[in-house]
Design a protein around this ligand. Structure first.
Ligand code: AMP
Ligand code: GLY
Length: 421
């Protein structure tokens, strides 16, 4: 079984690590991968946005299963391309087609989907340049904080939460008129502010059945105490202590089941992961956003807790047999701490030498590259150190200890992951 993992982050390294433990014989390929994935399989030097290159590579390497990590190729139709290509007909893809991927690719599509299927979320209105004045009036009619979202993909930067009315109005003008987020902010969703604590829910579906993977919580801000700019994620913890049985039941009945049913009702043939960003508002779950993939760094704490053969789960999904899978999850806590390049999430240097004990089990690599047999930094988020333990404290202390065995100039990580739990 030849498996191709698309992407190059800690999430993709964790996918590969878990698949490499499968009892089903397999050979792993990554496109483009990183220095860590090179220890598990073959990194393909191809441009994943070039579907023709991808087709050639899939054929040449006899790939049987494609697992898509990030959202961009899904939103651009990588699954549709493989499904509709005569040469690739027999290849299984984990990841929805374009239509389903709009749940992440368009905020207004996701809001309309939730409205149609009675899934709890913040009230909203959407605006384009032609009704900018209505948008400005709408802002005047609601109370702060104001939540403005660019409709399209904006690399995690398209959400603004603003306290002052004048600033919110200026931002709406910036987004619609001055294309602050390019074509992603041609349409803007303004929604009500939800006050509560966030958590992430991960569902895998074959279109009919679904399994709910372990819940996780991530830490998005660069600074300690959740301060400063938003990042892709600076750390994560699973399970989430405040997510008790009662709350999980509410999530399953009010959100997960209506989502899966809604997809069917709308004739959206969805096969893949759904990552639901949730917020607990006074004991009730609300959806903040849908993503059509796994989270990064949440994957690095979700997969180590799953005892099942992950490749078996993926094949069951591809063959519409997910109902036969019974998930076996470790009761242990998993935590991951992300180390980043100095300056991230703004500008940072690349190509810095990485020294120390790099190849530790559960230390996943992200922005790394092998150059002349040495490992150098190649991105904002560089390593994601995961550890398991019977308490958050024990897991944290192991994860930090392992991360500190690695060094590169300017390396930064938050020392307070889990501080709020
Ligand atoms: P998103 O890209 O939709 O996940 O939004 C990024 C972050 O903005 C979320 O993780 C939340 O912290 C915050 N956020 C988004 N929508 C809301 C909302 N309606 N109320 C409060 N916070 C929000
Ligand atoms: N950690 C958040 C995400 O993957 O979108």
């Amino acid at each position: 079984m030849n498996v191709l993992v698309i992407g190059s982050g800690g999430r993709e390294h964790a996918f590969g690590w878990k698949i490499s433990k499968s009892k089903i014989p397999n050979k792993l390929f990554f496109a483009p991968g990183n220095a860590g994935t090179e220890n598990l399989g073959i990194n393909l030097d191809i441009d994943i946005s070039n579907f023709k290159q991808l087709e050639n590579s899939i054929v040449r390497n006899n790939i049987n299963l494609v697992l898509v990590g990030p959202e961009v190729p899904l939103v651009f139709g990588i699954s549709d391309f493989i499904h509709s290509n005569k040469k690739l007909e027999k290849i299984n893809v984990i990841g929805p087609e374009k239509f389903g991927a709009m749940l992440e690719g368009s905020k207004s599509f996701a809001k309309e989907f939730m409205e149609r299927h009675n899934i709890p979320t913040a009230p909203y209105k959407k605006f384009r340049l032609k009704n900018l004045n209505d948008g400005l009036d709408y802002l005047e009619s609601i109370s702060p904080p104001y939540v403005l979202k660019a409709n399209g993909l904006a690399a995690g930067k398209g959400v603004l939460i603003i306290n002052e009315l004048e600033k919110a109005k200026n931002s709406l003008v910036e987004m619609l008129k001055n294309k602050k987020f390019g074509s992603a902010s041609k349409e803007v969703v303004i929604e009500g502010f939800l006050d509560g604590i966030e958590l992430s829910c991960f569902v895998l579906t074959d279109g009919d059945s679904f399994i709910t993977l372990p819940y996780a919580k991530d830490y998005k801000r660069i600074g300690e105490g959740d301060s400063g700019l938003n990042t892709g994620g600076m750390g994560a913890i699973s399970p989430v202590p405040f997510n008790d049985k009662d709350f999980k039941n509410k999530i399953e009945n009010k959100i997960i089941k209506p989502t899966i049913k809604g997809l069917k009702k709308d004739n959206i043939d969805y096969l893949g992961f759904i990552f639901i960003g949730l917020i607990n508002v006074k004991g009730e779950p609300f959806v903040i956003e849908y993503n059509v993939r796994m989270g990064d760094p949440e994957t690095q704490v979700v997969l180590p807790r799953i005892k099942n053969d992950f490749l078996e789960i993926l094949l069951a999904t591809a063959n519409n047999k997910l109902s036969e899978i019974k998930l076996d999850v470790s009761p242990n806590y998993a935590v991951t701490i992300v180390s980043v390049s100095g300056g991230y999430p703004e500008s940072y240097e690349k190509g810095l030498d990485v020294l120390g004990d790099i190849d530790q089990e559960l230390v996943f690599q992200a922005g790394t590259l092998k150059k002349n047999n040495k490992i150098v930094t190649n991105g904002g988020r560089v390593f994601s150190s995961t550890a398991l333990g019977s308490s958050i404290k024990i897991a944290l202390s192991k994860a930090y200890k392992n991360l500190k065995k690695i060094k590169f100039k300017g390396m930064y990580f938050r020392k307070d992951i889990g501080f709020d739990l």
